[in-house]
Design a protein around this ligand. Sequence first.
Ligand SMILES: [Zn+2]
Length: 503
Amino acid sequence: MLKIKIICCAVLAVCLAVTASPYQTFKMDKKNYVPFDNTTTVTVDCPDPAAVQWLAAHFAEWYGKNAPKVVAGGSQLAATEAGAINCVPPGEEAYTASTDASGAKIAARTLAGVRWAAYTLRQLVIAKRGTFKTEGWIIPALTISDRPHLAFRAVHLCWFPEVRPQQIERAIRLAALLKFNYAIIEPWGMYKSEKHPWWCWPQANMTKAEVRRLVAIGRDLGITLIPQINCYGHATSARGRSLKHSALDLHPEYEPLFEPDGWSSGWNWCLSNPETQRVLRELIAEMHENFGNPPYFHIGCDEADRQTCPDCVKTPNSELVLRHITGLAEFVRSRGARAMMWHDMLLDKKDPRWKGFTVCGDAEAPSILERLPKDIVICDWQYGDHTAKGGVRCTWPTMTYFKEQGFAVAGCPWMNDTSMKPMADHLVKIGGFGFIATTWHHLYGKDWQKMYMGAGHAAWGSPVSHGVSFQRSLRLVGHDMKVTDYLDTGYLNNQIPPAWWSN
Ligand SMILES: [Zn+2]
């Protein structure tokens, strides 16, 4: 009898998912599926009249002839009783949603909130059972009240020559589905500049038309694309270990724009050459415009070397660097946006306060930081496992320091997923700016899953998956793109190395 009771309790626990955090209250009964198809009415309570239209259009895209009907109505926003499940929590992006046999309800203050609600429902909708082909849709009865932990939640995506454009689109669409609202795109020699065609590999496919297409997709889905140019170090636009240089290998005539020595030849831009500032401003202007003039532009600036050319060494290194970054930040500001930059060259690596944390600057670094324009967003990347023994670390001293110096600071994890939630919690505690999940050359396989799921959870303060697998979310993205190629499914291009069967 006891055994039966235990089994019953276990079954009930599986069917009835309940989560509660300061940011999310979620109750779902998987024993009670209700229709979510053309017999269903979804009532939307949102001051933005575009919300009903957006939902109707996307339900039609996702569910075809079986799409639920969308109507405006309800008064859930007026019901502000604390703790009530149908109250929209504080914040522009907060939402509530509920489903039962009488239909579905969504309430939010903005279209952004309505989108996040729609994505939550979409993750949980499955095909109606018992037929050969889909003839309708069902969803568990649920109620959810949800709001993000941090307002700025980004993924950082690298457009390598080896990454297919379809993969970038999948990564952007999946980021939106998992409720990130920004994607920083770093071109790695793949941006096809019209003004400076030498500044990319010959096979560059990040064209003006492709960028505009992706920006439009992002805008519709609620994710803003931010361009990046490495304006100081990493000027090779190639991984250091490859010894490639996207400009100099094929266009030696541009040698004066880059430093002759360093981590690898041409690693830094030449900061004393006025042509460097001109070229970078022209590239920034072109990319910023192509990206639809977003509110931010990332100027890179990580892992640089000291300047070495005969002209650069005539000026103290910190003065050159400060003048260069300040000039670019002012130019970005003149375009109505804010510059973002990596943090590591702004702190002294010998300072004991940063022991155990990533910092790359020398003794001159603090003099750069103290004179840097305060509107620059500092992107502090920390990839160590900062989970303390027996618990999680609650302090991230570099982030606190930047905040104390008057800067907006974003925390940037990579594959250190156990550190993501404590990092986001720390950022909220210090009034930090946001969270940027960097992905680099690991945007595939289990690493991709770990980075997206962990960072989404951290940035929202509670799970964005609602018990749904990464695979299912990824497949929905593929459906939206109408993929037909084997390579555009799953999270690996191939199941086994193709060469195994070629000889
Ligand atoms: Zn130089």
